[in-house]
Design a protein around this ligand. Structure first.
Ligand code: ARG
Length: 304
């Protein structure tokens, strides 16, 4: 059984079947796009898009995703769909995958709050922390000054006690080491080497205990080897598709009885993979948010 610490790729001495089991969360929250805007360039997708977002289209696209989660709640797949208000001056707060990392630590609901890279985004974190307090979580702060951007960079292995973590743009290795300690879980850091894949959730989507889809251009060679050590099936998606359609920002919900994927319309490779893997697929339009470098996965947070 692996220890609860950071595992550099060369140190991985376990396989998927050595990991303890974990139940996937059944609740989701979203943040309303009240103040959504593009005011600066935090990632390459934002370049040339300053103040180009169309407010009513953004609201409409957000609402469709919210309705998809509400449908999953009605079907009994999800237990709760919560909504938080946006905050004036927090133009990126709608991307609520980034401010926190919720986890179940020995049966107790726990969350680590992020150290966001950009000042305008640092202002988002307190309101998200307050939400978790209302939900009865232990709310933990990082001691290190290093960066961490929550579930945008730290993605759980489906059904197992293991976290995959991107670093190099928005999160750092020291923060990830601390996450392993605070959440008492093994963490595998993956080095992100391309500006277009600035968060792990732009290029890496686990589809099951043994299966992941990813864009190889996003990672260094050691990181790919680490992934191949734990996942028996690795689907490779082209850089062109990942950048043009944001298809690797799909939100895959993986439960024992059923698997669902919500993603931006128009992908071919990812669509084929999801069909082959037997997902129930929901394609939707997130163009206004892609201008800011985010799509479905970034616009929600799964929590316990
Ligand atoms: N404009 C936002 C930023 O650059 C987009 C965040 C997208 N979120 C994500 N998890 N990839 O911070």
């Amino acid at each position: 059984m692996p220890e609860n610490r950071l595992y550099l790729p060369a140190e991985i001495d376990f396989a998927c079947h050595n990991l303890s089991d974990r139940e996937e969360p059944r609740c989701v929250f979203m943040v309303k796009p009240d103040y959504f805007d593009i005011v600066d360039v935090k990632n390459p997708y934002m370049e040339g898009n300053r103040h180009t977002t169309q407010k009513d289209r953004a609201w409409q696209q957000w609402q469709v995703i919210y309705n998809l989660y509400k449908d999953l709640e009605e079907k009994g797949v999800l237990n709760e769909v919560a909504i938080l208000d946006g905050i004036a001056g927090c133009e990126d707060m709608v991307f609520c995958a980034n401010q926190s990392l919720p986890w179940m630590v020995k049966g107790s609901k726990t969350v680590v709050l992020s150290h966001m890279r950009y000042p305008s985004r640092q202002k988002e974190v307190a309101a998200i922390g307050a939400f978790y307090l209302r939900k009865g979580y232990h709310v933990l702060q990082l001691a290190t000054a290093d960066l961490l951007e929550g579930n945008g960079d730290v993605i759980p292995h489906p059904g197992k006690q293991l976290l995959w973590a991107g670093y190099g743009h928005r999160s750092g290795i020291d923060a990830l080491r601390e996450v392993a300690e605070l959440l008492q879980v093994p963490v595998i850091p993956l080095r992100l080497v391309s500006d277009y894949f600035y968060h792990l959730d732009t290029c890496f989507v686990p589809l099951g205990e043994d299966t992941v889809m990813l864009c190889p251009d996003a990672f260094d060679d050691m990181s790919i080897l680490a992934i191949e050590k734990v996942f028996a099936n690795v689907y490779r998606v082209s850089r062109k598709e990942a950048v043009e359609t944001f298809s690797l920002n799909a939100h895959c919900l993986i439960y024992p009885a059923a698997r669902f994927a919500i993603l931006q319309k128009g992908s071919k490779e990812v669509l084929g993979i999801l069909q082959k893997e037997g997902f129930e697929i929901m394609e939707t339009e997130t163009g206004e948010f892609i201008k800011s470098g985010g799509s479905v996965f970034c616009m929600k947070m799964m929590y316990y």
